[in-house]
Design a protein around this ligand. Structure first.
Ligand code: NAD
Length: 557
């Protein structure tokens, strides 16, 4: 009967605490994380099952959601649930150390992998867009991307501004689930930011969660607040409710050049994620419904103007970089032939970390008690006393970041670090220092888990940008190494046809079985980053592989 009900008004929130209704902690963790993804504190549009990133969903529809929940509750400790684009399709007998859930989202055969085909299948109820951590149930709200965004801006500061963004202005757009991390990240790096966002409710949300300091009433007002803060060397974030496709060209026209310029609108999904400028009396939803081709033309035209403005700001001295939303490619499709004249953020700032298998490691306290996260913060500070970036991050994050949904933490750890952290958490659950099990996972945006030629694997040294054997090997390695649940997705942050990527989640419940699973999967998963980059010829990855004892048969000894 519940399936027949209209579930749109249901508020979903994960259970907290140390007692479970499922038959094992992995099943319980999967259920709570699925629900946590849709917690109104966490999800961008929970009533539509949309978690973040345009239309990234946690389950295909509400009946599928409830069937997944019910199935996880009855799933035995030697069974595996299969989920196909957000719909539970089978329960199989496997074995104790197998993943309890295997997920495949949004995958299409290459020749068919475009938005047109996907949209048709989605409309027919046959698929959903999984984004990265939406459909794999390990999204933790905006904090999840905060440290990655901080790492990016801190690297930009290192490379271009003598180590700090103090006295600089960054102009960006998009204050959605991920983009909402930008104002705080720039602030953590010492700088001032102007954040353009067309939807006032998104601005409000970032103000409430303390990711954004203040909102300007107009572009003039935003520029005044920003330049004053820059002059005073004060870190500040300013929101501006407007359309980036209009504001950026306006900055060019006025002769205002920021120090940095980037963008995190959902332009990877031009039909739904990027709004073209509209007349006050115009309803864009109606236009999209009635004349999708015209809508798309308008969007691409807007993106073309937006990117041309970024290119002009770059020529005038701004540090411009693409922030992983495929904006440049949309502009190229609209005829901007030099759209790729500014780099993506991975080759510009992040690849060195990937060579060490370093990437976004995250964990969630199933107790619901933020004291558990504080305890893990302290434990990691002790475990990695020599890691200055981690020390800064955890010390700062500990009292600055508002939790959304189940308390969670993120920090970047590399190969031979994540397994140590995971086993430590397991010990802490076992001896009662943590009051309930902990879920450990990561973004699909990681060192060795994704093929995405305009983002994570842009401009690889050996030209292997589009080779997606690597994320498939990563998925299979996680399955073979005792992950709690694994996922393989297509599209993610850059859209249909542009990426394939895999996700891993593990659970620390204090048991010997968890110890074994954590040791294997949290060693082998980040190893894929080192392996992938060593194979592509990155010297740093080769030396990490040698120093940390990876056995790579094709590497000259
Ligand atoms: P989201 O859909 O939650 O937010 C996008 C925001 O952009 C929305 O609030 C929307 O109102 C706003 N917007 C759309 N068109 C606009 C316009 N013309 N002017 C001003 N605002 C406009 O998405 P998200 O989760 O914040 O992700 C944003 C993008 O960043 C996605 O493309 C995503 O794939 C990408 N991304 C990048 C990274 C990274 O690390 N670089 C990570 C995750 C996601």
């Amino acid at each position: 009967a519940r399936h027949a009900q209209d579930m749109q008004d249901t508020v979903v929130r994960a259970q907290r605490g140390n007692t479970r209704t499922a038959k094992g902690w992995i099943q319980e963790a999967a259920k709570r994380m699925l629900m946590n993804n849709l917690d109104p504190e966490v999800a961008e549009k929970p009533q539509d099952l949309i978690v973040y990133g345009g239309r990234g969903k946690a389950a295909r529809d509400w009946p599928s959601f409830w069937r997944i929940v019910e199935t996880l509750d009855r799933l035995e400790n030697d069974q595996t649930l299969l989920v196909q684009s957000g719909k539970p399709v089978a329960v199989l007998k496997t074995h104790e150390l197998a993943p309890r859930v295997l997920i495949a989202n949004s995958n299409l055969v290459p020749q068919w992998s475009n938005w047109e085909v996907f949209d048709r299948l989605e409309k027919a109820g046959l698929m959903m867009y999984g984004q990265m951590t939406a459909g794999s149930w390990i999204y933790i709200g905006t904090q999840g991307i905060l440290q990655g965004t901080y790492e990016t801006f801190a690297s930009a500061a290192q490379k271009h501004f003598g180590g700090s963004l103090k006295g600089t202005i960054t102009v960006t757009a998009g204050l959605g689930g991920m983009g909402g991390a930008q104002p705080l990240a720039v602030k953590l790096a010492g700088g001032v930011s102007i954040n353009i966002e067309i939807d006032p409710t998104r601005i409000q949300r970032r103000l409430e969660t303390r990711y954004l300091d203040e909102v300007a009433s107009s572009l003039d007002d935003a520029l005044m607040r920003a330049t004053q803060a820059k002059r005073e060397g004060r870190a500040l974030s300013v929101g501006l409710c407007d359309n980036a496709a209009q504001v950026l060209p306006e900055l060019v026209a006025r002769g205002f050049t920021p120090d940095l310029v980037t963008d995190q609108t959902s332009s990877h999904d031009p039909m739904w994620g990027y709004l073209p400028p509209a007349r006050a009396d115009e309803d864009l939803n109606t236009l999209r419904d009635r004349n999708p081709d015209e809508y798309l033309r308008r969007t691409r035209e807007a993106i073309a103007g937006h990117v041309q403005a970024i290119l002009e700001l770059q020529r005038r001295g701004a540090v411009a970089f693409d922030y992983g939303n495929n904006l440049r490619e949309q502009a190229r499709l609209a005829g901007v032939t030099d759209a790729f004249d500014y780099p993506g953020f991975v080759p510009a700032f992040i690849r060195d970390s990937f060579c060490e298998g370093r990437g976004p490691f995250r964990w969630v306290a199933l107790s619901g008690d933020s004291a558990d996260i504080r305890a893990t913060d302290r434990a990691l500070l002790e475990l990695f006393p020599e890691d200055a970036r981690l020390q800064n991050w955890l010390t700062y994050a500990a009292d600055q970041i508002a939790f959304q949904g189940l308390p969670a933490r993120i920090c970047w750890l590399g190969y031979r670090e994540r397994d140590r952290a995971g086993r430590l958490f397991n010990e802490m659950v076992r001896d009662g220092r943590l009051s309930a099990p902990v879920v450990i996972g990561r973004d699909h945006l990681d060192a060795g888990s994704v093929a995405s030629p305009y983002r994570e694997t842009e401009a690889m040294l050996d030209g292997s940008d589009a080779v997606s054997d690597w994320p498939l090997l990563n998925f299979a390695t996680g399955v073979a190494s005792g992950a709690a649940w694994m996922s393989f997705h297509h599209g993610g942050g850059v859209g249909m046809g542009y990426s394939q990527h895999s996700g891993l989640v593990a659970v620390a419940d204090g048991s010997d079985e968890a110890e074994k699973r954590l040791q294997l999967c949290l060693t082998n998963d980040p190893a894929m980053g080192v392996i992938r980059h060593a194979d592509a010829g990155y010297g740093k990855a080769v030396s990490v592989a040698r120093e940390r004892g990876l056995d790579l048969p094709s590497l000259e000894r």
